[in-house]
Design a protein around this ligand. Structure first.
Ligand code: NAD
Length: 423
């Protein structure tokens, strides 16, 4: 990630592009450039060594005009307030594009979970939930997992929150384990949602699954699931990577075997040799930068922000970029990709599967219901297929890129809510 690029400035630039194309009322536009509420926390954690350490955490509630705010919590050493503000803004537009009754929020803690014990992570997570307990709730703000947080962390937070408020309110957190009120399918929903989007973009490009090659950057929750599910649908996964590097083979890989190899050896970059090639043949080790520039049909960034920038945008050869990560393409790179005729399905649409199934989880908790995985993904398919069609139509009609089209649709809906409420 290019740390010199401020993700919140990117988010504001994207909003500005939408405003230039199809403006909303100037005062509401200015209001939407500002996060509504920023919370900074100092979380005391007793480390295993006995030392007391203080971790800085954030929660940004960007705009609650459409409903309670919603967004994940990220644990990463490079978390910054600007990043959390950007992610919270994107959540606002994402919920709007998907038609969910939510505003946007995001949380983050500056920490390196890879260097912490399970007990330290639990104490940190409980400390974060305790410190935020007055500011979240099923009808206020509903957190969920993001990078390096998971259902277990949501279960600890939910338990701590319930203790703090003296009530059982499972709908306060989504992405919980099933036995703690989680939804079927939530754990894989961002990746599964990504497959519906890939299917729709392949259709738009006139490509059949069997003739479509795909490269995936990032092999975590989003990346590994989209790779495995696309493989099951007949797409050819020719390249994958994680933070330590990647592998490429024109013959394609078996993404399921890559996942079990990664859990054995620690990185997909070392997995070419353990029989993961789909049809034999050769493979080569590649860097993350090289993966982005491969001659593939569909490129899926599924790691962190600012991966496609002015430095490499003119070297991208994919026909379409499906952004499962949040903010992987900078606004300047967007312009270059648009000029090259590359379709970019923006994050606020492409990775909306996660928050949509979070909404289903919240809805089931609020109504004491339990849907099957089949029901969940049927609903998700309908929701994302419609959202894709709306954005695609807007982009064709306005002759603009899909991000600007998605922003226009989202921002106009939020602006309407702001106006109705008279903020
Ligand atoms: P994760 O922690 O499960 O996985 C992250 C992956 O990215 C890991 O494989 C890691 O090795 C890799 N990575 C980290 N730095 C990298 C780098 N510099 N280059 C290449 N790979 C790198 O996280 P996740 O939940 O899969 O999230 C990935 C992206 O998807 C994030 O941008 C996140 O905001 C977005 N997203 C996730 C969800 C979700 O439900 N999980 C929903 C919406 C958006």
């Amino acid at each position: 990630m290019d740390a010199s690029i401020n993700p919140f400035e990117n988010a504001l630039k994207q909003l500005e592009n939408a405003q230039k194309t199809e403006p909303i009322d100037e005062d509401i536009y200015q209001l939407l450039r500002h996060p509504q509420r920023i919370i900074e926390l100092s979380i005391p954690v007793k480390m295993d060594s006995g030392e007391l350490k203080f971790f800085t955490g954030y929660r940004v509630q960007y705009n609650d005009a459409p409903g309670p705010t919603k967004g994940g919590i990220r644990y990463h050493p490079h978390v910054t307030l600007d990043e959390v503000m950007a992610l919270a803004a994107w959540m606002t537009w994402k919920c709007s594009v998907a038609g969910l009754p939510y505003g946007g929020a995001k949380g983050g803690v500056i920490c390196n979970p890879k260097e912490m014990s399970e007990g330290e992570i639990e104490r940190l997570s409980r400390g974060y939930a305790r410190a935020l307990a007055n500011c979240i709730g099923p009808e206020v703000d509903i957190p969920a997992p993001d990078v390096y947080t998971n259902p277990q962390i949501m279960a600890w937070m939910s338990d701590e929150y319930n203790k703090a408020v003296g009530k059982e309110l499972p709908a306060t957190f989504t992405g919980k384990p099933i036995e703690n009120g989680g939804s079927e399918g939530r754990g894989i929903s961002t990746g599964v949602g990504g497959t519906f989007i890939v299917r729709e973009v392949a259709k738009k490009l006139g490509l059949k699954a069997e003739e479509t090659s795909v490269a995936v950057q990032g092999y975590g929750n989003a990346g590994s699931i989209v790779a495995q599910k696309l493989d099951e649908m007949g797409y050819k996964i020719v390249a994958v990577s994680d933070s330590k590097g990647g592998i490429y083979s024109e013959h394609g890989f078996d993404p399921h075997k890559i996942l079990s190899c990664k859990s054995e050896v620690g990185t997909v970059g070392e997995c070419g040799h353990i029989g993961v090639l789909a049809e034999g043949g050769d493979f080569q080790k590649i860097t993350n930068e090289e993966l982005l520039e491969l001659d593939v049909d569909i490129l899926i960034p599924a790691a962190l922000e600012n991966q496609i920038t002015v430095e490499n945008a003119d070297k991208i050869k994919a026909k379409a970029v499906v952004e499962l990560a949040n903010g992987p393409t900078t606004p300047a790179a967007d312009e270059i990709l648009f000029e090259k005729g590359i379709i970019v399905v923006p994050d606020i649409l492409a990775n909306a599967g996660g928050v949509s199934v979070s909404y289903y989880e919240w809805y089931q908790n609020m109504n004491d219901a339990h849907w099957t995985e089949e029901e969940v993904f049927e609903k998700l398919d309908t929701l994302l297929t419609k959202a894709f069609a709306d954005v695609s139509e807007k982009s064709d009609n306005n002759k603009t890129d899909m991000r600007t089209a998605a922003f226009i649709l989202a921002v106009h809906k939020v602006a309407e809510k702001v106006k109705e409420r008279g903020y």
